[in-house]
Write a protein that binds this ligand. Structure first.
Ligand SMILES: N[C@@H](CCC(=O)N[C@@H](CS)C(=O)NCC(=O)O)C(=O)O
Length: 82
C-alpha cells in the first residue's frame, strides 16, 4: 500500500488539481473512487468529517483525512516539494 491515499471522484475538477500535483511531484498514491451519491460516502465522512472530495490520507505523516483541494496541494508542496 502506498503511503498516500486519495479519495476522489471521476470528472471532479478539484480532484484533478490534486492528481496533477501528485504527478508533478512524482508521488505514488492509492486512488479510491467514491460513490457519486453523498449519502454513500461513509468512508470519506468517517475520515474527514465531511462528504466532499478530494480527501488525502498520508499514513507516514499522520494525516488521516485532509479535505479541500487547495489545502492538499499546499500540503503536498510543503511536504514533498523540493
Ligand atoms: N472546496 C472544495 C470543493 C470540493 C467539491 O466541491 N467537490 C465535489 C466533487 S467535484 C464534491 O465532492 N462535492 C460534495 C460535497 O461538497 O459534499 C475543494 O476545493 O476541495
Amino acid at each position: 500500500m502506498a503511503n498516500l491515499e486519495l479519495y476522489e471522484l471521476e470528472g471532479c475538477p478539484y480532484c484533478a488539481k490534486v492528481t496533477k500535483k501528485l504527478d508533478e511531484l512524482g508521488l505514488d498514491y492509492d486512488s479510491h473512487m467514491v460513490p457519486r451519491s453523498h449519502g454513500e460516502r461513509t468512508e470519506v465522512e468517517a475520515l474527514s468529517g465531511q462528504t466532499g472530495v478530494p480527501v488525502l490520507v498520508d499514513n507516514e505523516n499522520g494525516v488521516e483525512g485532509m479535505p479541500e483541494s487547495d489545502d492538499i496541494v499546499e500540503y503536498l508542496e510543503e511536504t514533498y516539494g523540493s
